[in-house]
Design a protein around this ligand. Sequence first.
Ligand code: ATP
Ligand code: MG
Length: 415
Amino acid sequence: MTEALDRQALASLLQRPELRRLLEVFNDGGEETRVVGGAVRNALLGRPVTEVDCTTTMLPDAITERAKRAGFKAVPTGIEHGTITVIIDGEPFEITTLREDVETDGRHAVVHFGRDFVRDAKRRDFTINALSLGRDGQLYDYTGGESDLAARRVRFIGEARTRIREDYLRIMRFFRFHAEYAESDPDAEGLAASGAERQGLAILSKERIRHELLKLLVATRAEETIRILADHGFLTGLLGGVAEFGRLRRVANDDRDNPVAIWRLAALAVLVEEDAERLREELRLSNDEHKKLAAYAGLLNLLKSWPLPLDATAIRRLVADHEPEALGIVFAATAGEPSPVVHEDAREALARYLSRTEPVPIFPLRGADLVEGGVPKGPKIGEMLARGRQAWLAEGCRTDESYARDLLRRVLKQA
Ligand code: ATP
Ligand code: MG
Protein backbone atom coordinates (compact mmCIF):
# COMPACT_ATOMS: atom_id res chain seq x y z
CA MET A 1 0.00 0.00 0.00
CA THR A 2 1.23 3.43 -0.89
CA GLU A 3 1.54 5.80 2.01
CA ALA A 4 1.53 9.54 2.16
CA LEU A 5 4.80 11.43 2.26
CA ASP A 6 6.23 12.60 5.52
CA ARG A 7 6.52 16.38 5.21
CA GLN A 8 7.22 16.66 8.91
CA ALA A 9 10.41 14.63 8.45
CA LEU A 10 11.81 17.38 6.23
CA ALA A 11 11.41 19.86 9.07
CA SER A 12 13.09 17.44 11.48
CA LEU A 13 15.95 16.95 9.05
CA LEU A 14 16.52 20.70 8.95
CA GLN A 15 16.56 20.77 12.76
CA ARG A 16 19.71 18.68 12.91
CA PRO A 17 22.25 21.03 14.51
CA GLU A 18 25.16 20.27 12.16
CA LEU A 19 23.01 20.66 9.07
CA ARG A 20 21.54 23.88 10.43
CA ARG A 21 25.00 25.34 10.89
CA LEU A 22 26.02 24.24 7.43
CA LEU A 23 22.98 25.78 5.75
CA GLU A 24 23.42 28.96 7.74
CA VAL A 25 27.01 29.41 6.61
CA PHE A 26 26.39 28.45 2.99
CA ASN A 27 23.24 30.52 2.43
CA ASP A 28 24.75 33.91 2.76
CA GLY A 29 26.15 36.69 0.61
CA GLY A 30 24.01 35.91 -2.42
CA GLU A 31 24.78 32.19 -2.45
CA GLU A 32 22.22 29.40 -2.12
CA THR A 33 22.70 25.88 -0.82
CA ARG A 34 20.09 23.12 -0.56
CA VAL A 35 19.82 19.54 0.55
CA VAL A 36 19.36 17.30 -2.49
CA GLY A 37 18.86 13.73 -3.68
CA GLY A 38 18.70 10.71 -1.40
CA ALA A 39 18.32 12.61 1.87
CA VAL A 40 15.20 14.45 0.70
CA ARG A 41 13.78 11.29 -0.88
CA ASN A 42 14.33 9.14 2.19
CA ALA A 43 13.08 11.74 4.65
CA LEU A 44 9.83 12.05 2.71
CA LEU A 45 9.48 8.27 2.77
CA GLY A 46 10.02 8.24 6.52
CA ARG A 47 13.20 6.20 6.06
CA PRO A 48 16.43 6.81 7.93
CA VAL A 49 18.64 9.52 6.49
CA THR A 50 22.29 8.63 6.93
CA GLU A 51 24.00 10.78 4.31
CA VAL A 52 23.10 14.35 3.59
CA ASP A 53 24.24 15.71 0.23
CA CYS A 54 23.92 19.37 -0.67
CA THR A 55 24.09 21.31 -3.87
CA THR A 56 25.21 24.92 -4.07
CA THR A 57 25.67 27.95 -6.27
CA MET A 58 29.20 28.34 -4.87
CA LEU A 59 32.28 27.15 -6.75
CA PRO A 60 34.50 24.50 -5.10
CA ASP A 61 37.21 26.95 -4.02
CA ALA A 62 34.64 29.22 -2.45
CA ILE A 63 33.08 26.26 -0.61
CA THR A 64 36.46 25.36 0.84
CA GLU A 65 37.28 28.90 1.79
CA ARG A 66 33.98 29.56 3.46
CA ALA A 67 34.06 26.21 5.28
CA LYS A 68 37.48 27.01 6.72
CA ARG A 69 36.44 30.46 7.77
CA ALA A 70 33.53 28.94 9.67
CA GLY A 71 35.88 26.49 11.38
CA PHE A 72 34.67 23.40 9.46
CA LYS A 73 37.00 20.86 7.97
CA ALA A 74 36.90 20.72 4.14
CA VAL A 75 38.19 17.75 2.14
CA PRO A 76 38.31 17.85 -1.67
CA THR A 77 36.85 14.35 -2.16
CA GLY A 78 35.65 14.87 -5.73
CA ILE A 79 37.07 18.18 -6.76
CA GLU A 80 37.01 17.35 -10.52
CA HIS A 81 33.22 17.13 -10.46
CA GLY A 82 32.87 19.89 -7.92
CA THR A 83 32.45 17.98 -4.67
CA ILE A 84 33.89 19.04 -1.35
CA THR A 85 33.20 17.09 1.82
CA VAL A 86 32.58 19.46 4.68
CA ILE A 87 32.86 17.97 8.15
CA ILE A 88 30.99 19.57 11.03
CA ASP A 89 31.40 18.05 14.50
CA GLY A 90 32.42 14.76 12.93
CA GLU A 91 29.51 14.61 10.51
CA PRO A 92 30.45 14.69 6.81
CA PHE A 93 28.35 16.47 4.19
CA GLU A 94 29.06 16.25 0.47
CA ILE A 95 28.61 19.65 -1.08
CA THR A 96 28.58 19.82 -4.86
CA THR A 97 28.50 22.85 -7.11
CA LEU A 98 25.40 23.02 -9.35
CA ARG A 99 26.14 21.37 -12.65
CA GLU A 100 24.88 20.89 -16.14
CA ASP A 101 25.99 18.32 -18.70
CA VAL A 102 27.59 19.67 -21.83
CA GLU A 103 28.68 16.38 -23.35
CA THR A 104 27.97 12.71 -22.64
CA ASP A 105 29.24 9.50 -24.24
CA GLY A 106 27.35 6.80 -22.38
CA ARG A 107 29.74 6.55 -19.48
CA HIS A 108 31.34 9.92 -18.74
CA ALA A 109 29.89 13.39 -18.77
CA VAL A 110 31.64 16.68 -19.32
CA VAL A 111 30.00 19.07 -16.88
CA HIS A 112 29.99 22.80 -16.45
CA PHE A 113 29.41 24.45 -13.14
CA GLY A 114 26.32 26.60 -13.08
CA ARG A 115 23.99 28.52 -10.82
CA ASP A 116 20.73 26.99 -12.00
CA PHE A 117 18.89 24.56 -9.71
CA VAL A 118 16.47 23.55 -12.47
CA ARG A 119 19.21 22.42 -14.82
CA ASP A 120 20.99 20.61 -12.04
CA ALA A 121 17.77 18.72 -11.25
CA LYS A 122 17.19 17.80 -14.88
CA ARG A 123 20.58 16.17 -15.33
CA ARG A 124 19.82 13.75 -12.49
CA ASP A 125 18.52 10.28 -13.26
CA PHE A 126 15.09 9.74 -11.70
CA THR A 127 12.38 12.13 -10.62
CA ILE A 128 12.49 10.82 -7.04
CA ASN A 129 16.22 11.65 -6.92
CA ALA A 130 15.90 15.24 -8.07
CA LEU A 131 14.02 16.86 -5.20
CA SER A 132 15.78 19.58 -3.28
CA LEU A 133 15.09 21.24 0.04
CA GLY A 134 15.86 24.83 0.92
CA ARG A 135 17.09 26.08 4.25
CA ASP A 136 13.64 27.55 4.96
CA GLY A 137 11.92 24.19 4.45
CA GLN A 138 10.76 24.84 0.90
CA LEU A 139 10.61 21.67 -1.20
CA TYR A 140 11.59 22.18 -4.85
CA ASP A 141 10.22 19.72 -7.38
CA TYR A 142 11.05 20.49 -11.02
CA THR A 143 10.40 17.04 -12.44
CA GLY A 144 7.30 15.61 -10.78
CA GLY A 145 9.33 13.72 -8.20
CA GLU A 146 6.93 14.22 -5.33
CA SER A 147 3.98 12.51 -6.98
CA ASP A 148 6.20 9.69 -8.23
CA LEU A 149 7.54 9.25 -4.73
CA ALA A 150 4.00 9.20 -3.31
CA ALA A 151 3.12 6.54 -5.87
CA ARG A 152 6.38 4.67 -5.15
CA ARG A 153 7.31 4.89 -8.83
CA VAL A 154 10.81 5.12 -10.32
CA ARG A 155 10.72 7.17 -13.48
CA PHE A 156 13.47 8.67 -15.62
CA ILE A 157 13.61 12.42 -15.93
CA GLY A 158 12.85 13.19 -19.58
CA GLU A 159 12.91 10.52 -22.24
CA ALA A 160 14.18 7.25 -20.80
CA ARG A 161 16.05 6.15 -23.89
CA THR A 162 17.88 9.45 -24.28
CA ARG A 163 18.83 9.48 -20.60
CA ILE A 164 20.16 5.93 -20.80
CA ARG A 165 22.28 6.72 -23.83
CA GLU A 166 23.90 9.54 -21.88
CA ASP A 167 24.98 7.07 -19.20
CA TYR A 168 24.26 3.35 -19.50
CA LEU A 169 24.77 2.84 -15.78
CA ARG A 170 21.31 4.34 -15.41
CA ILE A 171 19.92 0.97 -16.56
CA MET A 172 21.38 -0.67 -13.47
CA ARG A 173 20.29 2.25 -11.33
CA PHE A 174 16.76 2.00 -12.70
CA PHE A 175 16.49 -1.57 -11.45
CA ARG A 176 18.34 -0.83 -8.22
CA PHE A 177 16.05 2.05 -7.26
CA HIS A 178 13.01 0.11 -8.40
CA ALA A 179 14.02 -2.74 -6.09
CA GLU A 180 14.44 -0.37 -3.17
CA TYR A 181 11.57 2.09 -3.58
CA ALA A 182 8.89 0.91 -6.01
CA GLU A 183 5.75 -0.92 -5.04
CA SER A 184 4.31 -2.02 -8.35
CA ASP A 185 5.66 -3.03 -11.76
CA PRO A 186 8.60 -1.12 -13.20
CA ASP A 187 7.75 1.94 -15.22
CA ALA A 188 6.90 0.67 -18.70
CA GLU A 189 8.90 3.28 -20.61
CA GLY A 190 11.96 2.80 -18.42
CA LEU A 191 11.77 -0.96 -18.72
CA ALA A 192 11.37 -0.93 -22.49
CA ALA A 193 14.21 1.56 -22.91
CA SER A 194 16.49 -0.44 -20.63
CA GLY A 195 15.81 -3.60 -22.62
CA ALA A 196 16.41 -1.84 -25.92
CA GLU A 197 19.70 -0.31 -24.76
CA ARG A 198 20.92 -3.42 -22.97
CA GLN A 199 24.10 -3.82 -24.97
CA GLY A 200 25.28 -0.44 -23.68
CA LEU A 201 26.17 -2.00 -20.34
CA ALA A 202 29.16 -3.59 -22.05
CA ILE A 203 31.00 -0.26 -22.31
CA LEU A 204 30.85 0.38 -18.57
CA SER A 205 33.57 -0.50 -16.10
CA LYS A 206 32.91 -3.67 -14.12
CA GLU A 207 33.41 -1.76 -10.88
CA ARG A 208 30.49 0.55 -11.58
CA ILE A 209 28.20 -2.36 -12.50
CA ARG A 210 29.29 -4.28 -9.44
CA HIS A 211 28.47 -1.33 -7.18
CA GLU A 212 24.90 -1.08 -8.46
CA LEU A 213 24.33 -4.84 -8.58
CA LEU A 214 25.45 -5.36 -4.99
CA LYS A 215 23.20 -2.52 -3.88
CA LEU A 216 20.32 -4.04 -5.80
CA LEU A 217 20.88 -7.37 -4.07
CA VAL A 218 20.31 -5.89 -0.60
CA ALA A 219 17.22 -3.93 -1.66
CA THR A 220 13.77 -4.70 -0.26
CA ARG A 221 12.52 -6.32 -3.46
CA ALA A 222 15.77 -7.83 -4.65
CA GLU A 223 14.44 -11.22 -5.67
CA GLU A 224 11.49 -9.89 -7.66
CA THR A 225 13.72 -7.41 -9.42
CA ILE A 226 16.37 -10.00 -10.23
CA ARG A 227 13.62 -12.05 -11.85
CA ILE A 228 12.65 -9.04 -13.96
CA LEU A 229 16.29 -8.65 -14.99
CA ALA A 230 16.30 -12.32 -15.97
CA ASP A 231 13.03 -12.03 -17.92
CA HIS A 232 14.50 -9.18 -19.90
CA GLY A 233 17.71 -10.91 -20.79
CA PHE A 234 20.10 -9.07 -18.45
CA LEU A 235 21.12 -11.77 -16.06
CA THR A 236 23.41 -13.89 -18.21
CA GLY A 237 25.42 -10.81 -19.08
CA LEU A 238 25.69 -9.81 -15.43
CA LEU A 239 26.30 -13.15 -13.75
CA GLY A 240 27.28 -15.38 -16.66
CA GLY A 241 25.77 -18.50 -15.12
CA VAL A 242 22.85 -20.04 -13.30
CA ALA A 243 20.32 -18.12 -11.22
CA GLU A 244 18.78 -19.78 -8.19
CA PHE A 245 15.85 -17.46 -7.49
CA GLY A 246 14.33 -19.67 -4.80
CA ARG A 247 17.58 -19.73 -2.84
CA LEU A 248 17.94 -15.97 -3.09
CA ARG A 249 14.37 -15.57 -1.86
CA ARG A 250 14.94 -17.79 1.14
CA VAL A 251 18.20 -16.13 2.14
CA ALA A 252 16.63 -12.69 1.66
CA ASN A 253 13.71 -13.67 3.90
CA ASP A 254 16.12 -14.81 6.50
CA ASP A 255 18.55 -11.87 6.55
CA ARG A 256 15.98 -9.12 5.98
CA ASP A 257 17.09 -7.11 9.00
CA ASN A 258 20.74 -7.26 8.13
CA PRO A 259 21.21 -8.14 4.47
CA VAL A 260 24.70 -8.96 3.23
CA ALA A 261 25.11 -8.54 -0.51
CA ILE A 262 27.83 -11.12 -1.00
CA TRP A 263 25.82 -13.89 0.69
CA ARG A 264 22.77 -13.04 -1.37
CA LEU A 265 24.97 -13.18 -4.46
CA ALA A 266 26.22 -16.59 -3.34
CA ALA A 267 22.69 -17.94 -2.92
CA LEU A 268 21.65 -16.55 -6.29
CA ALA A 269 24.59 -17.34 -8.48
CA VAL A 270 26.93 -19.92 -6.96
CA LEU A 271 26.57 -23.66 -7.48
CA VAL A 272 30.20 -24.73 -7.83
CA GLU A 273 33.63 -23.24 -7.16
CA GLU A 274 33.97 -22.17 -10.81
CA ASP A 275 31.05 -19.80 -10.28
CA ALA A 276 32.97 -18.13 -7.47
CA GLU A 277 36.00 -17.73 -9.75
CA ARG A 278 33.99 -16.29 -12.62
CA LEU A 279 32.10 -13.85 -10.40
CA ARG A 280 35.36 -12.68 -8.84
CA GLU A 281 36.55 -11.73 -12.31
CA GLU A 282 33.23 -10.44 -13.68
CA LEU A 283 32.38 -8.30 -10.68
CA ARG A 284 35.92 -7.47 -9.57
CA LEU A 285 35.27 -8.93 -6.14
CA SER A 286 37.75 -8.47 -3.31
CA ASN A 287 39.71 -11.44 -1.96
CA ASP A 288 37.49 -11.54 1.05
CA GLU A 289 34.32 -11.53 -1.03
CA HIS A 290 35.68 -14.25 -3.25
CA LYS A 291 36.60 -16.31 -0.22
CA LYS A 292 33.02 -16.16 0.98
CA LEU A 293 31.65 -17.31 -2.37
CA ALA A 294 34.18 -20.15 -2.51
CA ALA A 295 33.32 -21.21 1.05
CA TYR A 296 29.65 -21.26 0.12
CA ALA A 297 30.35 -23.38 -2.97
CA GLY A 298 32.45 -25.85 -0.99
CA LEU A 299 29.86 -26.27 1.74
CA LEU A 300 26.96 -26.45 -0.66
CA ASN A 301 28.53 -29.39 -2.45
CA LEU A 302 29.60 -31.09 0.72
CA LEU A 303 26.13 -30.85 2.22
CA LYS A 304 24.23 -31.70 -0.94
CA SER A 305 25.82 -35.14 -0.80
CA TRP A 306 26.03 -35.50 3.01
CA PRO A 307 24.93 -39.11 3.63
CA LEU A 308 23.00 -38.61 6.88
CA PRO A 309 20.69 -36.01 8.39
CA LEU A 310 22.80 -33.33 10.05
CA ASP A 311 22.85 -33.31 13.84
CA ALA A 312 24.73 -31.25 16.43
CA THR A 313 27.84 -33.47 16.20
CA ALA A 314 28.02 -33.03 12.45
CA ILE A 315 27.74 -29.27 12.92
CA ARG A 316 30.60 -29.30 15.39
CA ARG A 317 32.78 -31.02 12.81
CA LEU A 318 31.69 -28.70 10.05
CA VAL A 319 32.42 -25.50 11.95
CA ALA A 320 35.87 -26.80 12.87
CA ASP A 321 36.69 -26.65 9.17
CA HIS A 322 34.33 -24.07 7.72
CA GLU A 323 33.12 -20.55 8.37
CA PRO A 324 29.92 -20.86 10.50
CA GLU A 325 28.42 -17.91 8.65
CA ALA A 326 28.75 -19.69 5.29
CA LEU A 327 27.14 -22.76 6.79
CA GLY A 328 24.19 -20.67 7.98
CA ILE A 329 23.73 -19.26 4.47
CA VAL A 330 23.81 -22.72 2.90
CA PHE A 331 21.15 -23.87 5.36
CA ALA A 332 18.98 -20.85 4.64
CA ALA A 333 19.43 -21.20 0.88
CA THR A 334 18.63 -24.91 0.74
CA ALA A 335 15.78 -24.94 3.27
CA GLY A 336 12.90 -26.82 1.70
CA GLU A 337 15.12 -28.66 -0.77
CA PRO A 338 15.34 -32.46 -0.41
CA SER A 339 18.91 -32.22 0.84
CA PRO A 340 20.57 -31.52 3.18
CA VAL A 341 18.28 -32.73 5.95
CA VAL A 342 18.98 -30.61 9.02
CA HIS A 343 17.82 -31.66 12.48
CA GLU A 344 16.54 -29.08 14.90
CA ASP A 345 19.46 -29.67 17.28
CA ALA A 346 21.82 -28.97 14.38
CA ARG A 347 20.21 -25.58 13.81
CA GLU A 348 20.43 -24.81 17.50
CA ALA A 349 24.09 -25.81 17.59
CA LEU A 350 24.87 -23.60 14.61
CA ALA A 351 23.04 -20.71 16.23
CA ARG A 352 25.31 -21.08 19.27
CA TYR A 353 28.46 -20.95 17.12
CA LEU A 354 27.12 -17.99 15.15
CA SER A 355 26.31 -16.03 18.29
CA ARG A 356 29.67 -17.06 19.79
CA THR A 357 27.91 -18.48 22.87
CA GLU A 358 29.84 -21.65 22.09
CA PRO A 359 33.39 -21.37 20.79
CA VAL A 360 34.26 -23.01 17.49
CA PRO A 361 36.36 -26.11 18.30
CA ILE A 362 40.07 -25.71 17.67
CA PHE A 363 42.31 -28.69 16.96
CA PRO A 364 44.27 -29.13 20.21
CA LEU A 365 47.67 -30.35 18.92
CA ARG A 366 50.52 -28.28 17.47
CA GLY A 367 53.82 -29.12 15.86
CA ALA A 368 55.65 -28.20 19.05
CA ASP A 369 53.79 -30.96 20.95
CA LEU A 370 55.16 -33.56 18.54
CA VAL A 371 58.69 -32.14 18.69
CA GLU A 372 58.52 -32.31 22.45
CA GLY A 373 57.38 -35.93 22.08
CA GLY A 374 60.59 -36.73 20.20
CA VAL A 375 59.64 -36.29 16.53
CA PRO A 376 62.43 -34.54 14.57
CA LYS A 377 61.46 -31.26 12.89
CA GLY A 378 60.52 -31.70 9.20
CA PRO A 379 57.72 -32.55 6.80
CA LYS A 380 56.76 -35.56 8.90
CA ILE A 381 55.27 -33.24 11.53
CA GLY A 382 52.73 -31.83 9.08
CA GLU A 383 51.66 -35.30 7.97
CA MET A 384 51.22 -36.47 11.54
CA LEU A 385 49.21 -33.43 12.47
CA ALA A 386 46.97 -33.95 9.45
CA ARG A 387 46.33 -37.55 10.44
CA GLY A 388 45.67 -36.50 14.02
CA ARG A 389 43.24 -33.92 12.79
CA GLN A 390 41.32 -36.54 10.81
CA ALA A 391 40.95 -38.64 13.96
CA TRP A 392 39.94 -35.56 15.94
CA LEU A 393 37.22 -34.67 13.43
CA ALA A 394 35.93 -38.25 13.34
CA GLU A 395 35.83 -38.42 17.12
CA GLY A 396 33.71 -35.30 17.55
CA CYS A 397 36.25 -32.46 17.87
CA ARG A 398 36.78 -32.72 21.60
CA THR A 399 39.01 -30.09 23.13
CA ASP A 400 39.33 -31.22 26.77
CA GLU A 401 42.84 -31.82 28.08
CA SER A 402 42.57 -35.53 28.74
CA TYR A 403 41.39 -36.13 25.20
CA ALA A 404 44.22 -33.98 23.83
CA ARG A 405 46.80 -35.96 25.84
CA ASP A 406 45.37 -39.25 24.62
CA LEU A 407 45.31 -38.05 21.02
CA LEU A 408 48.95 -36.95 21.26
CA ARG A 409 49.91 -40.34 22.65
CA ARG A 410 48.17 -42.13 19.76
CA VAL A 411 49.68 -39.88 17.11
CA LEU A 412 53.17 -40.44 18.54
CA LYS A 413 52.63 -44.18 18.72
CA GLN A 414 51.64 -44.35 15.06
CA ALA A 415 54.89 -42.67 14.04
P1 ATP B 1 21.72 6.02 -1.87
O1 ATP B 1 20.98 6.21 -0.60
O2 ATP B 1 21.53 4.68 -2.43
O3 ATP B 1 23.14 6.47 -1.83
P2 ATP B 1 21.40 8.32 -3.54
O4 ATP B 1 20.19 8.99 -4.12
O5 ATP B 1 22.24 9.12 -2.60
O6 ATP B 1 20.93 6.96 -2.90
P3 ATP B 1 23.74 8.08 -5.17
O7 ATP B 1 24.11 6.97 -6.10
O8 ATP B 1 24.57 8.28 -3.96
O9 ATP B 1 22.22 7.83 -4.78
O10 ATP B 1 23.69 9.42 -6.03
C1 ATP B 1 23.37 10.68 -5.46
C2 ATP B 1 22.48 11.50 -6.40
O11 ATP B 1 23.21 11.84 -7.57
C3 ATP B 1 21.24 10.75 -6.90
O12 ATP B 1 20.15 10.91 -6.02
C4 ATP B 1 21.01 11.37 -8.25
O13 ATP B 1 20.29 12.58 -8.13
C5 ATP B 1 22.41 11.72 -8.75
N1 ATP B 1 23.02 10.67 -9.61
C6 ATP B 1 23.87 9.70 -9.22
N2 ATP B 1 24.26 8.93 -10.25
C7 ATP B 1 23.66 9.43 -11.34
C8 ATP B 1 23.68 9.09 -12.73
N3 ATP B 1 24.38 8.05 -13.18
N4 ATP B 1 22.95 9.85 -13.56
C9 ATP B 1 22.25 10.91 -13.12
N5 ATP B 1 22.18 11.27 -11.84
C10 ATP B 1 22.87 10.56 -10.94
MG1 MG C 1 24.20 8.45 -1.85
